[in-house]
Design a protein around this ligand. Structure first.
Ligand code: PEP
Length: 252
């Protein structure tokens, strides 16, 4: 019922030429698979080249962030209207690096989520606890709060496209992964919060991805469990063969 989604977060890597070269190698490797939806999120300057290179394929292209307003005097920002205009289909919202280095808060996540839905962009909302929070037994509180504020004021009737990504901050780029048990528990918490904030039916159909040091060799065990509906992949998504292996290995 929930089609797995495997998303790549390229962060501040790859020029347009490098993005195009990636797609030239990557597309044939995944062209026969249909079990998962595949999304690449390049840097803003490589979006257009990636969209052109992926045209007509089974791979979608999304942004790593955006502003919530359509236009305005916000130097350096990109609006949802602009992303739609060039053919982006998805957008990451509230990645922990945005929260940590660029003042992203639960409140701006909420504004961006509403804007994405209003503009027909598929939002991938990132939530996750820091190591100190996990060690202080605050994981449930953090995940429930981040999820609840993200969903504040969202009408359940518009919520179907929303995707969440559980990304424990201590597992991002560290080589440390959550165990499948830890991830499943966190995903259940997030799903229960979605049920309280919206409806149980929306919660049952919302995809929740796992992110944090997913690699080809752990994709099969981490990507697709009862409550895990795919993966958000950073480092291992930069190499086309490695990311294609993750997509293929995630087939249940
Ligand atoms: C990420 O940045 O979303 C991520 C999960 O990174 P990595 O796979 O490198 O841990």
């Amino acid at each position: 019922m929930r089609k797995p989604l495997i998303a790549a977060n390229w962060k501040m890597f790859k020029t347009p030429a490098e993005a195009t070269a990636f797609l030239t190698t990557f597309l044939p490797l995944v062209s026969q698979q249909s079990h998962a939806e595949v999304v690449l999120c390049p840097a803003m300057t490589s979006l257009a080249a990636s969209i052109a290179a992926a045209a007509g394929s089974n791979v979608h292209i999304g942004a790593q962030t955006m502003h919530w307003l359509d236009s305005g005097a916000y130097t350096g920002e990109t609006s949802p209207t602009m992303l739609k205009a060039i053919g982006a289909t998805h957008v990451l919202i509230g990645h922990s690096e945005r929260r940590q280095y660029f003042n992203e808060t639960d409140t701006t996540v909420n504004l961006k989520l509403k804007a994405a839905l209003a503009h027909g962009l598929i939002p991938i909302v990132c939530v996750g606890e820091h190591l100190e929070e996990r060690e202080a037994d605050l994981t449930a509180k953090v995940l429930e709060l981040q999820t609840a504020v993200a969903l504040e004021g969202i009408d359940a009737a518009t919520a179907a496209p929303i995707v969440f990504a559980y990304e424990p901050v201590w597992a991002i780029g560290t080589g440390r992964t959550a165990t499948p048990q830890i991830a499943e528990q966190a995903h259940k918490l997030i799903r229960n919060q979605i049920a309280s904030s919206l409806t149980p039916a929306i919660a049952a159909s919302t995809r929740i991805l796992y992110g944090g040091s997913v690699k080809p060799d752990n994709a099969a065990t981490l990507c697709c469990l009862e409550d895990i509906d795919g993966a958000l992949v950073g480092g291992a998504s930069l190499d086309p063969t490695s990311f294609a292996q993750i997509v293929l290995n995630s087939a249940a």
